[in-house]
Design a protein around this ligand. Structure first.
Ligand SMILES: Nc1nc2c(ncn2[C@@H]2O[C@H](COP(=O)(O)OP(=O)(O)O)[C@@H](O)[C@H]2O)c(=O)[nH]1
Ligand SMILES: [Mg+2]
Length: 365
């Protein structure tokens, strides 16, 4: 937990790195040609040492390389990652999900601060697949994490904007690994967008926490049962003031529901707990739960096996993503696809015929 970082003096540790990127839509080859003449070089050893010694500046820059859509910057990112890989894997990776407004950001700030005060180094990442479409990110959210951002033991990285779903996936995983090489003990990953973010985050963390609100019955209607089945803990937030009683009741209701669900992790009984992120109550119980989980799941190797499975499944996802990108990389194919889509819409061809046509137009080239 050494702190040799020059950026310690600054008041904010929230790193930008989102705005500077373009929309990620196929300018890469043009940029490649342009930058070929002057290949970018950096002092890799300085970066590796910097990151390992806890320099936020080096870490943030390395993440920017990883997130870059420019080929030689990407290569630097990969090269750094490769050198840092032996120093990864030592953190507890915790995913936090829940409907917008459940209090994820508030929880992460309070929880992260508690851990930071205990001497743990805490990194916060966010996954927002919807940003691939809207270009949005949690930058707007960061005001809520101001206190944590100022904490000497914390590092906050907004979600990468732009790129494909697989791209967001890849960047976030690689960012997580870089943070681990930087000695972060706990990595908190917030799901921001709704939709696919839950599965993506579940696929990269050890412990998945579902933050819920009071009224289990009501919420279950809006919330897919499937998400509950992904969770290693169900935490009812906002258990404070007039809401406290209802929160306790909700916890009891959730306990009953959980009883009938298959646990997300074999040999683990998913608990339901109540917290107030605002008044910082119950957070220590959540941490104890995570630690018990880590201890038990490492002892029975469920932890280690899950991480291996996650890496293999990441590999497969990246293959599919690569195939998809390669296939649609030419303008021609995009045009053919748009035309065929129109024909499918107008029922001029069957879907199978359209797919056949698209693939045969592919093989003609
Ligand atoms: N009373 C109360 N309000 C909370 C608590 N946690 C979060 N909130 C409020 O709920 C709103 C949404 O919180 P936010 O963290 O942005 O939710 P997110 O969308 O899940 O990230 C904010 O106005 C918070 O101040 C809590 O424990 N108690
Ligand atoms: Mg939030």
């Amino acid at each position: 937990m050494a702190e040799t970082d020059k950026s310690k003096q600054t008041s904010m540790h929230v790193m930008s790195g989102v705005k500077s990127q373009h929309d990620g839509m196929g300018h890469t080859s043009a940029v490649k040609k342009f930058t070929k003449k002057k290949p970018l070089t950096i002092d890799e050893e300085a970066y590796v040492q910097g990151i390992r010694n806890g320099s936020r500046l080096h870490l943030a820059k390395a993440i920017t390389f990883i997130e870059s859509t420019v080929s030689d910057q990407q290569q630097i990112g990969q090269s750094l990652l490769k050198r840092l890989l032996p120093f990864t894997g030592n953190s507890i990776r915790i995913g936090i999900t829940g409907v917008p407004g459940a209090g994820k950001s508030t929880f992460i700030e309070a929880f992260g601060k508690m851990l930071g005060d205990e001497g743990f180094k805490v990194a916060v990442l966010a996954i927002d697949p919807s940003s691939s479409i809207t270009g949005g990110s949690i930058l707007g959210d960061k005001t809520r994490m101001e206190e944590l951002a100022r904490h000497p033991n914390a590092f906050i990285r907004p979600s990468p904007a732009a790129g494909t779903l697989g791209g967001v996936h890849k960047k976030s995983r690689e960012t997580l690994l870089l943070c681990e090489a930087g000695g972060y003990d706990v990595i908190l990953v917030e799901t921001v967008g709704v939709g696919q973010s839950e599965t993506i985050v579940r696929g990269m963390v050890d412990f998945f926490l579902l933050l819920a609100l009071t009224g289990a019955g009501d919420e279950l209607q809006g919330m897919k049962k499937g998400i509950m089945e992904l969770a290693d803990a169900l935490v009812v937030n906002k258990a404070d003031g007039t809401n406290e009683k209802l929160a306790k009741k909700t916890v009891a209701e959730y306990k009953q529901i959980l009883h009938f669900l298959a646990p997300a992790t074999p040999n683990w009984t998913t608990p339901a707990l109540a917290v107030s992120s605002l008044y910082k109550t119950g957070l220590d119980t959540v941490w104890k739960t995570v630690q018990t989980f880590q201890h038990d799941m490492q002892a029975n190797h469920v932890w280690q096996n899950r991480r291996k499975e996650q890496t293999v499944s990441w590999f497969k996802t990246m293959i599919v993503d690569r195939l998809y990108e390669d296939f649609f990389s030419s303008i021609d194919k995009k045009e053919t696809m748009a035309n065929l889509e129109q024909m499918v819409r107008q029922e001029k061809v069957t879907v199978s015929q359209a797919v056949e046509e698209l693939f045969s137009s592919n093989s003609k080239e």
